[in-house]
Write a protein that binds this ligand. Structure first.
Ligand code: ADP
Ligand code: MG
Length: 700
């Protein structure tokens, strides 16, 4: 399928040569002809449009302008010199600037002769264009073959070394000439005709040399579909294989533990969403396939009890269960909560953390191995090799985004068959993103809050209004409520953030003096024991104010706390703000979230703050976050393989993604092993894709 010519090293392409080849490899990962073809333009510029100098705006990207150079001068600067030319058209003038290659430019530029210049403009006391691409107007008119100029991904190093966009375009032309479009199709006839897609060969050609917007759109659609289709195909095949091949322990029994708890100890009525999810889980773990389920539910939606009831099913069937949390504070809280829930059930629960004493650990190890311990709760410490279970049947991971895929995999090997896995996350992931990131997992959603919750009132206040905020705090405290004040702590600026926290603490202590007021403080530089002590005082209501860094972000549950004040709120991401806000609104009282900032705010910060004020809905917030940051940033680098898309865009190409997933499912349903003649091309391409992780190397 891959004609060999496409595997030719890029060095052999006419006009490339060893030094350019080295750069292309290092900067853009282009090793072969194929890789170059798969370097898709970021965007296209309308080459039939010429700007006038007086039309320039600070937000304009690349522009094309016709004009003349009237004079050139050398200007001294701190390091070296720069060459500056005055460039004019009939509406105004601007500067062209070069920091390198002065001699050649000076000798070759013609004064008072019409040029077409092309590049990005900068504004500083007028417009300038550094290192413009230039062409004499007469030449330009001769060369004007394409009206839409592709703009290729580039790096600073490439442009510094003279591999400009124009050079890449030339390479692309050369490549198409040499290969004569020997591209075979990678989608089946059936898909092509049902979706009315253009052929592979047309698509790659028109994506690089589009004649008009219409054909470009067709080419892009076809290539985006293909990219997303093979990702979905992989994910769904992975899921099917897991369902068929990976045995889990069937928990067929709904026994005494579950029933006793359900009938006699359930502290509240479950919401319908909780009931539905428990059913979904029961169905999964009742079959002999291993469960891999992601449980999404907004903060406070009651995921813990769902996890706990799944644990009871494991215990009913003679298995052990574990729950892993990302922080010691959260693990301790889970331990307390679950110990509370097991009251009267004769279930053994223990807590294992990095700070656990050697003697304690020894007992835990022993009880785990002889099976007297039913539930183990803890942090990463659970992953240590020394931690061995007699028969681990269910592993629950809370707040999944803190753990990597590798850690999830480690839990798998804690028993002969992998345990059933339930991942709980309070960071709602937009549906389309979830499809790609977790397309191989089953997903449950708790989309309903327990009854009686008042939605949290959120406001944005400037630092200059701090006294009013303090007054409000005092009023709430007088009503018996508790208050969180959270400071950012970012690794890069840790020392300064730490100082802000301490300054803040002092000012709060002055405004809220002892003994009338008691203040807790918790931050990352404290010993775990001290942190826990301070946390515990706040949980017990001995202190009214908790000053903290984001260590309290995840999971902490103090129903009496009704005010969350977030300092320098503009520095937090949306999902973090939402998580923090979720610490309040857990009791029956009206809760408040106050976002404090200075006056200077970027437009993204403004959007984040406005979104927080506008809505409490985690999925809504997640959608905005996805648009602001893009998928790569949100999910971190762990999943970058899935997100490292060449041409499709997870946010904008939402509909294509849905279509791709629909077709992948439809085809696999009819032909799970892609054995039918008509699907051969899919099987072949899939195998290449699966073998070599970089999809695009094998799709062409
Ligand atoms: P999260 O989903 O954020 O982990 P939790 O499981 O900690 O939420 O639950 C938040 C609070 O809501 C807890 O105090 C819990 O006891 C309570 N809760 C959970 N489910 C219900 C319910 N169905 N009715 C009333 N309260 C509930
Ligand atoms: Mg929780």
């Amino acid at each position: 399928m891959n004609s060999n010519i496409l595997q030719t090293p890029i060095d052999y392409l006419k006009g490339v040569g060893p030094s350019r080849a080295t750069l292309l490899r290092a900067e853009l990962g282009i090793h072969t002809y194929q890789d170059l073809i798969n370097l898709f333009p970021n965007r296209y510029i309308d080459k039939t449009h010429y700007y006038k100098i007086n039309e320039l705006q600070r937000t304009t990207a690349e522009v094309q302008i016709v004009g003349k150079i009237t004079h050139i001068k050398m200007v001294d600067q701190k390091r070296g010199k720069r060459l500056v030319a005055k460039f004019m058209d009939d509406t105004g003038d601007m500067e062209l600037v070069w920091f390198r290659g002065h001699k050649w430019i000076k000798e070759n530029l013609k004064l008072n002769t019409p040029y077409v210049i092309f590049g990005k403009t900068k504004y500083y006391n007028g417009y300038s264009m550094p290192h413009p691409e230039m062409e004499l107007l007469t030449e330009h008119e001769k060369n004007l073959k394409i009206s839409m100029q592709p703009v290729y991904p580039s790096t600073e190093k490439l442009s510094n070394k003279g591999i400009s966009n124009r050079v890449i375009s030339k390479m692309m032309q050369q490549l198409f000439a040499e290969t004569q479009l020997k591209f075979y199709d990678t989608l089946s006839e059936e898909i092509l005709s049902e979706l009315k897609l253009i052929s592979k060969r047309e698509a790659v050609f028109h994506v690089h040399f589009p004649k008009n917007q219409e054909i470009l759109a067709k080419a892009q659609y076809r290539l985006k579909f293909e990219e997303l289709f093979y990702i979905q195909l992989q994910l769904i095949i992975k899921k099917l294989i897991r369902k068929q091949k990976i045995k889990g322990y069937p928990f067929t029994e709904v026994g005494t533990y579950f029933n006793t708890f359900y009938n006699d100890h359930l502290p509240f009525t479950l919401t319908n969403a909780q009931k539905r999810v428990i059913k979904e889980i029961r169905k999964d773990i009742g079959s002999s396939a291993q469960m891999n389920r992601l449980l999404q539910g907004d903060v406070g939606s009651g995921k813990t009890i769902v996890g706990f009831m799944a644990m009871l099913l494991a215990i009913d069937n003679g298995f052990q269960a574990c729950l892993m949390a990302p922080t010691a504070i959260l693990a301790s809280q889970h331990y307390q909560g679950i110990t509370e829930l097991t009251k009267g059930l004769d279930i053994q629960v223990k807590l294992l953390m990095g700070s656990s004493k050697v003697k304690e650990r020894r007992i835990i190890h022993e009880e785990l191995e002889n099976g007297t311990l039913h539930i183990l709760i803890g942090t990463h410490a659970l992953l240590e090799d020394k931690v061995k279970f007699k028969n681990l049947g269910l592993a629950i991971i809370d707040e999944q985004h803190r753990f990597g895929v590798a850690q999830r995999a480690k839990l798998w090997h804690k028993n002969k068959y992998p345990p059933h896995i339930l991942v709980m996350t309070a960071t709602p992931i937009p549906r389309t993103l979830a499809m790609s990131l977790y397309g191989d997992l089953d997903i449950s959603v708790i989309d309903e809050l327990p009854p009686g919750r008042k939605s949290i009132k959120t406001v944005h206040r400037y630092d200059s209004n701090r006294l009013k905020v303090f007054k409000f705090m005092a009023e709430e405290i007088a009503k018996g409520r508790q208050v969180y004040i959270v400071y950012p702590l970012i690794q890069e600026s840790e020392a300064m953030d730490y100082k802000d926290l301490m300054d803040g603490y002092e000012s709060i202590a002055r405004s809220f003096p002892a003994p009338r007021y008691q203040i807790s403080i918790v931050h990352g530089q404290m010993k775990p024991a001290d942190k826990e002590y301070e946390m515990a005082r706040f949980v017990k209501g001995e202190t009214q104010i908790m000053v903290a860094t984001t260590v309290i972000e995840v999971g902490v549950n103090v129903p009496n706390a009704s005010v969350m004040i977030i300092e320098s709120a503009e520095r937090f991401g949306l999902s973090q703000l939402h998580q923090l806000r979720g610490r309040v609104g857990r009791g029956a009282e009206q809760s408040f979230c106050i976002l404090m900032t200075g006056f200077k705010l970027s437009s993204d910060s403004k959007t984040r703050l406005e979104t927080m004020v506008r809505t409490n809905d985690g999925f809504d917030i997640a959608e905005v976050d996805l648009k602001l940051r893009g998928p790569g940033d949100i999910m971190g680098t762990q999943q970058s393989g899935v997100l490292n898309l060449k041409i499709a865009d997870m946010v904008r190409d939402n509909d294509i993604l849905k279509t791709a997933r629909y077709y992948a499912m439809k085809i696999l349903k009819e032909d799970p092993s892609l054995a039918l003649e008509k699907n051969h091309v899919l099987l072949y391409t899939y195998q290449q894709v699966a073998k070599h992780k970089n999809i695009w190397n094998y799709i062409s």
